[in-house]
Design a binder for this molecule. Structure first.
Ligand SMILES: [Zn+2]
Length: 85
């Protein structure tokens, strides 16, 4: 049995998602601007929402933003968009 380089491994999935985003951005620069603006807005709102929380403060493993989860909402949405593009 061959176990190396499984195409469904998390690392490979992540790289594939990044590739799709890069491709999408190169094809539609306008869409990229709108997407980034939306993500900035989500981050801002999320940061304000987290100001009152003194417990469960973590940093997003993707972008380092303060979040109550492993991955912040902005990055979760980004991944979702990449996977469904
Ligand atoms: Zn993030």
């Amino acid at each position: 049995m061959y176990h190396g380089d499984c195409p469904h491994a998390p690392g490979a999935m992540r790289q594939q998602s990044r590739g799709i985003v890069a491709e999408m951005e190169s094809i539609t620069p306008g869409a990229r601007h709108g997407l980034l603006h939306s993500l900035d807005e989500i981050r801002r709102l999320h940061r304000e929402a987290n100001q009152d929380l003194s417990s469960e403060i973590k940093n997003c493993i993707e972008c380092g933003e303060i979040t109550s989860r492993e991955v912040c909402q902005a990055c979760t949405m980004k991944q979702w968009l990449a996977e469904t593009a």
